[in-house]
Design a protein around this ligand. Sequence first.
Ligand SMILES: [Zn+2]
Length: 439
Amino acid sequence: MIKFLPRLVLFAAGFVALTPTLALAQSTSAQPTEPRTIFIKCGRLLNGKSDQVRTNIVLAITGDKVSEVGTAAAKGEVVDLSRETCLPGLIDTHTHVLLQGDITAADYDAQLLKQSPEYRTILGTVNARRALDYGFTTVRDLETEGAGYADVDIRNAIDRGVIPGPRMQVATRALDVTGAYPLLGYAPNVPVPHGVQVVNGADEARKAVREQIMYGTDWIKVYSDRSYKVRDDGILDDIPTFTMDELRAIVDEAHRERHKVASHAMALNGVHNSVEAGVDSIEHGNYIADADLKTMAAKGIYYVPTIFVGEYVAQGRAAEGAPVWMKMLSIHEDTFRRVQKAGVKIAFGTDAGGFDWKVNPAKEFAYMVKWGMTPTQAIRSATSIAADLLGMQDKIGTIEPGKLADIVAVPDDPLADITALERVDFVMKGGVVYRKPGQ
Ligand SMILES: [Zn+2]
């Protein structure tokens, strides 16, 4: 992340010129031109922070930043969104741009066995474009599922203006132990790729963290549990993957090098161990014990619930012989409601890529509201709170003077109908318009 921000600043000025060629010309020109100002007329504005809806607001965008939020007259170049609701660019804190949906093990294995990393990267660039079109101007992409460091290259190509896409923080290869992560079930004499970097022992884990950081990762992702079953008392049980010694070593090494750790932890032990080890976010968290929720609130550990994907894969996985996925939905709902009461910070994340990118990940909002959040809370989880998790609260997540001009708009009122967020028709990232109503 440390390296991520300066790059943004460096290339942001060039982005206004819309083409990489022009951007280059501008940045090497002896006399830099004044950044131009454009105006956006918003019928309604949700700024990502307050509950209040402001009406008939004019945003001034100078270069890549918001320079004014007010009621001053718009002049010169004006984007008319007076019939729309403007919001900060949406942030999805759990995506996989290198994955094309994996309901069944066969879906997953086929991608790793039959598609080259190069082909998967091409598909990844298409998914990045899709994410931006849906209104996600920033994503945290939580591992490449066997496509190596391709996410670093996609992130860099976007930063350099080579391809359109959201700002990305990436997690590269992720970590798990031997025998815990696909591809599994092949004969011992058949070497197969794995969706993660396999490590055993604290020293090997530390080495892998150092290696991933060396090759450009922003986040370290760990898989903390596997093999789920519902106990007689209704608690979702699991097999923890790492020993505490290994997990602590990973978190310590990442934090020592100023990087954060995201932990895939769906059930009792995986969540408990992750929280004890001091990870920065719990991914999925279908079941979390009340005691661990207290620790999460006290330590400021974020909860990234990924609700929609659970429903998306449940039937397929049950049909494949794992009916536990059907039971997980009601357990997840109960947990989600307890998380809200416990005062744990909830960041919006969808696991897009775990489902087909042709499905709009903004469907997640409706599930969060159905399970007890207000529309404003759900929107904040995908704007200001998500920006906090990414350590980018000074740059994105709200519409305020001085912040990057990441702005989206929808034709309806998302506070009256949260599914309005599935109908984003205006997207601006860093002052550059990528999508306009009617396009
Ligand atoms: Zn995921």
